[in-house]
Structure formats: structure tokens, C-alpha cells
Design a binder for this molecule. Structure first.
Ligand code: ATP
Ligand code: MG
Length: 213
């Protein structure tokens, strides 16, 4: 792993961006594994405002629900925190803005952006992709069903790949299961199951007619 060594006085901060609709154990295992292997001090989960990749594709659950489920899921881990930067900025979420805001809020932190293999391959399409490397290191993690490789544009001195325990869980699958009345226990933390039930999330009818909520 070609990653920077620990610097005295600097915090090593993992950044896990996502829609988290809802957060599941795949996200949590990935964050925990990267934190351990890269010796991170903290991982901040950053629920998106409106994800641009998903604009128009389907109705994303209200940001406050996604934020609160992320808080519930991470509350018991002293290394995990949640940031509202993307939600409070409003508009579509671009990773460059997330990293700029976090580096302003946390000037003593070195940022390690954590992304699954599927999202990693979209890196070329990210806004201001060339400037991302100045703001963070990028850690791509394995995800079942997706090839893990650095996109050609990747600055290889600022990016690394890491195998994490494979959990074939996706938020899409969790939503579909909830809509069908199938159990989501053990795919998401218990508190998230209870939150989904409390607010009756993911039981609305299919709005686009594509079989997904
Ligand atoms: P959706 O099905 O709605 O796209 P998702 O399960 O892909 O949801 P996201 O919120 O889109 O979850 O993902 C946030 C980040 O977590 C992305 O970088 C994604 O690649 C990564 N990720 C999601 N699920 C896993 C998993 N099971 N293993 C490793 N990484 C994951
Ligand atoms: Mg996804």
C-alpha cells in the first residue's frame, strides 16, 4: 500500500461518502477495515444531499432520515462520526465539494476518501477529478460483483486498493426486500431495522415502474 506515514500532530481521517439509503453492514465493514489497515483515527460518514449520479433515477429518501439512520448505525463506534456537510450545502453532491468543506473544517486532518469498487470506476466522471488528488488520498475497496482496479486517470501516488471482507449487501437490495416484506435483519444494524419500521420507509409503491424503489 502506497500510503503516507503517520505525521505527528496530524489526524488521519477516513471519509465515507454515500447515499446511505439505508446504511448497511457492507458500508460499516468497509469503513472499519480501512480504519484498521490504514491506521485511521476516525472515519466520518457523509450522507449525500442529492447524489448527482442518482438524480432522476429514483426518489431518494429524505436526507434527515438517511442522516439519522447513519447516526444510529455508527453511534456505538467511538471512531465513527457523521457529517452533515453535504446535506446542509444543498443541491447536488460532488465529492470535490465534500472534500473542500471537510478540509476547511478539519485543517489538522489528512483525508482518506473511501470508496467501493463500483464508485471508484466512476472517478473519471467526477467533477474536477484532477483536483481531487490535492485534497485526499483515495482508497478503493472490494465490492462483490465489481472489479477493483484504479481508473486510468488515477494519480497512483494518491490512490490505493484494499481488499475488505466481502459482504454482498446493497442499499438497493435492502429497499427491495423491505418493499416485499422480506426481512432486512442482519443486513443492516438492528437500530436501522427498527428505524425503517418506525417510519415505514421503503414500503411506498414503485414510482418509476422499474421494479425498484
Ligand atoms: P445503492 O444500491 O442505493 O446504490 P449502495 O449499497 O451502493 O446503495 P451507497 O450509499 O451507494 O450504497 O454507497 C456508498 C459507498 O459505499 C460507495 O463507495 C459504495 O461503493 C460503497 N459500498 C456500498 N456497499 C458496499 C459493500 N457491500 N462493500 C463495499 N463497499 C460498499
Ligand atoms: Mg451505490
Amino acid at each position: 500500500l502506497n500510503l503516507p506515514p503517520r505525521v505527528e500532530g496530524r489526524i488521519r481521517l477516513g471519509v465515507m461518502g454515500g447515499t446511505f439509503d439505508p446504511i448497511h453492514h457492507g458500508h460499516l465493514v468497509a469503513a472499519s477495515e480501512v480504519a484498521a489497515v490504514l491506521d485511521l483515527d476516525e472515519v466520518v460518514f457523509v450522507p449525500t444531499g442529492k447524489p448527482w449520479q442518482k438524480a432522476g433515477a429514483r426518489v431518494v429518501t429524505d436526507a434527515e432520515h438517511r442522516y439519522l439512520m447513519t447516526v444510529v448505525a455508527t453511534a456505538s463506534n467511538p471512531q465513527f462520526t457523521v457529517s452533515r456537510v453535504d446535506i446542509d450545502r444543498g443541491g447536488l453532491t460532488y465529492t470535490i465539494d465534500t472534500l473542500k468543506d471537510l478540509s476547511e473544517q478539519r485543517p489538522n486532518a489528512d483525508l482518506f476518501f473511501i470508496t467501493g469498487a463500483d464508485a471508484m470506476s466512476q472517478i473519471m466522471t467526477w467533477k474536477d477529478a484532477d483536483k481531487l488528488w490535492e485534497l485526499a488520498y483515495f482508497v478503493g475497496v472490494t465490492r462483490p460483483g465489481h472489479e477493483l482496479e484504479l481508473p486510468p486517470i488515477a494519480n497512483t501516488s494518491k490512490a490505493a486498493l484494499l481488499e475488505v471482507p466481502a459482504l454482498a449487501i446493497s442499499s438497493t437490495d435492502v429497499r427491495d426486500r423491505a418493499a416485499e416484506g422480506m426481512p432486512v435483519w442482519y443486513l443492516v444494524p438492528d437500530g436501522v431495522v427498527q428505524y425503517i419500521n418506525k417510519y415505514d420507509l421503503y414500503t411506498r409503491c414503485d414510482e418509476t415502474g422499474d421494479g425498484h424503489l
